[in-house]
Ligand binder design. Structure first.
Ligand SMILES: Cc1cc2nc3c(=O)[nH]c(=O)nc-3n(C[C@H](O)[C@H](O)[C@H](O)COP(=O)(O)O)c2cc1C
Length: 400
């Protein structure tokens, strides 16, 4: 979602300035357009050449000389910026912004810009806890500045405590949130993701190829758009989806069913992206099954149909289902949409290259009760999530 977005990165004179170089790489990898502004003191830690090479754009280092050379004045950059990120932010820059001091390019640009400003502080623990710094942070938060607070750990100055620069992935997530429409604010979404595991004996189980990536992408994007998110996750190897998402881990279809029914109260939207097993072994062997027989039959029984139950009890909630199909996509999807009382169903042909389990991309069709079909091209699971949530936001608006 950062592709083509204009991000101005202010780098100030803290020991974590070297991490800003890695951050530029991260943003450029996402195809963001990054413009770096360095304070004079930041240049004692890292050279402008590093940032110029990594960003592919001129670096502003001085308010009075380079502006003319590079033709990037503080007003031009202040207007261009969709978001200004200050990373690392020193106690000094925080103090200057809080008190309206504009004595260099960065502080002047911040004052001249209407863009949202994200401040990512990093400093010695005693500096961070200093009353003046805390007062300044409080003032800025009250004025609508965004922060990603420092983490705790061993600091470069060998003190232990709060002051480490936050994880870069967390900062990127915050930028994505700032740049997202907040059209799901005030809504609570229940999202399911991942596979289920149905035990056969103490060491074996029946499962499927779902990685959980679609459900996790939906949860992240919904959170960014301001929603409160409850994610019911089957077993996956994915990292936690980030701050602000309540994750409940389950294993079997029955555990998934119980968790969904327990948490759907109070949710205005339910999105069922989990790949729930349709069958489970009728008997679970208490002991590991031995290979004594040439053949072994497993008797299977149906698991509860969670989507059907949610559809039946949906009240005025929006319910979105997913269907992974290998044939007759639209016909099968439509049948499920109608039978389960859904508002939308997202179907994908898991046999197509780039679509389906374990991948970062997906190619889906969205089916509506009206008979309309939206056929989407191959795109990332985050992009698919944006489109699904656009539809959800539209339906919520219609209802209200
Ligand atoms: C080696 C060294 C490391 C420093 N590290 C930090 C730091 O991590 N955080 C901070 O707020 N200040 C740090 N400072 C102090 C700032 O460099 C100083 O306050 C300076 O005025 C900041 O200027 P600027 O905000 O214009 O870049 C450090 C200073 C030195 C000499």
């Amino acid at each position: 979602m950062l592709k083509g977005r204009e991000i101005v990165l202010g780098v100030t004179g803290g020991i974590a300035a070297y991490k800003a170089a890695e951050f530029v790489r991260l943003l450029v990898k996402e195809e963001a357009s990054v413009h770096v502004v360095m304070t004079r003191n930041a240049q004692e830690f890292v050279t402008p050449l590093t940032f110029q090479t990594l960003s592919g754009n001129p670096v502003v280092t001085d308010p009075f000389t380079l502006i003319e050379d590079s033709k990037i004045g503080h007003i031009a950059l202040a207007d261009l910026a969709e978001v200004i990120v200050i990373l690392p932010a020193t106690a000094n820059i925080i103090g200057k912004i809080a008190h309206g001091i504009a004595d260099d390019f960065l502080s002047t640009m911040v004052m001249a810009s209407k863009a949202p400003v994200l401040i990512v502080p990093s400093m010695n623990v005693n500096m961070w806890e200093n009353k003046a710094v805390q007062e300044n942070v409080k003032t800025l938060v009250e004025r609508g500045y965004h922060f990603v607070d420092p983490g705790e750990g061993e600091l470069a100055c060998h003190w232990y405590g709060k002051g480490r620069l936050a994880e870069l992935s967390e900062v990127k997530e915050k930028i994505e949130e700032i740049l997202s429409p907040q059209d799901l604010r005030g809504e609570r979404l229940l999202i399911t993701g991942g596979p289920t595991q149905e035990p056969i004996d103490p060491v074996r189980f029946l499962t499927n190829r779902s990685s959980g990536k679609m459900g996790y992408a939906l949860a992240k994007v919904a959170r960014r758009r301001g929603a409160e998110v409850i994610l019911i996750s089957g077993p996956t190897s994915l990292p936690a989806p980030g701050r602000g998402i309540k994750v409940f881990s389950v294993r079997t279809a029955e555990e998934m069913r119980e968790a969904v029914l327990a948490h759907m109260e109070g949710c205005s939207v339910v999105i069922k992206a989990a790949a729930v097993s349709d069958y489970r072994p009728k008997e679970i062997s208490e002991k590991k099954l031995k290979k004594t027989e040439p053949f072994h039959s497993l008797e299977l029984e149906r698991t509860g149909d969670i989507l059907e139950e949610v559809g039946r009890k949906k009240g005025d909630r929006i319910v979105v289902g997913f269907a992974a199909e290998t044939e007759d996509l639209v016909a099968n999807g439509r049948k499920k949409l109608m039978e389960k009382n859904l508002d939308l169903i997202v179907v994908n042909d898991v046999t197509r290259p780039g679509a389906g389990f374990g991948l970062d991309t997906n190619q889906v069709k969205i089916l509506y009760p009206s008979g309309e079909v939206k056929d989407l091209p191959l795109m990332s699971k985050e992009e698919v999530s944006q489109i699904i949530l656009d539809e959800v936001a539209r339906l919520l608006k219609q209802k209200s």
